[in-house]
Design a protein around this ligand. Sequence first.
Ligand SMILES: O=C1O[C@H](COP(=O)(O)O)[C@@H](O)[C@H](O)[C@H]1O
Length: 242
Amino acid sequence: MAAPILNIGASEAEVSAQLCDLVISKANAAIKERGIFTFGVSGGSAAKFLCNGLPQASTDWSKWRIFFCDERLVPFSDPECTYAFYKANLMSKVPISEDYFFALNSELPVAEAAADYENKVRSVFPEGIPRFDVLSLGMGPDGHTCSLFPGHPLLKEASKIYAPISDSPKPPPQRVTLTYPVINNAACCVFASCGASKADIVQQVLEGKSDEPLPAARVRPTNGEVIWILDKAAAGKLQAAL
Ligand SMILES: O=C1O[C@H](COP(=O)(O)O)[C@@H](O)[C@H](O)[C@H]1O
């Protein structure tokens, strides 16, 4: 298990550019090697960072297979719907087929929606624990990542690819999330976080010592890398950045 790699950008725009450059270079390498790029995307600020730079990518979009690291169980018309954000800010700008940007069926009850989404993942990863080329992750001010929240029983979920959650402390309450066995089987997990409001939690996750690590600190792929891309404000309390 490799130690996290830390990259610090001068500004949010630089963080966004570094994240997009990393994803595009991993995508083009995977496509060259295996003819396919499997990518997990998050909502919140990470979605904005990706949508700033990915539309300019020089890549073969027909080879990308995009899934959600987590998604909220709300209709496409709801402003909280992450799929709708990517549809407006990425899918409308690049030639990726809707068949390969896998949406959550928000008309199903949450447990069925998670099982249905798991079947979609199985269309690309027919067996075993899926190994995504890249998971683009965000971290909330409480240290959550995907929809895995501090102290929640889902931190221990070990049998599902995607788990339903109906009591998310951050609204909306019903969501579907990747689980740790899949997250920690990825080839690359990349966090992008910006702003002084994230500085304390970034410091706790990257330099804190606890018997109960925060959800973002549990992202440690056994045979992959973890990269953190931060702006100066988010990295402001790290000893490693001094
Ligand atoms: O609710 C969510 O929050 C996290 C963190 O979002 P951020 O805006 O604080 O970066 C996000 O990664 C996750 O996908 C989303 O559902």
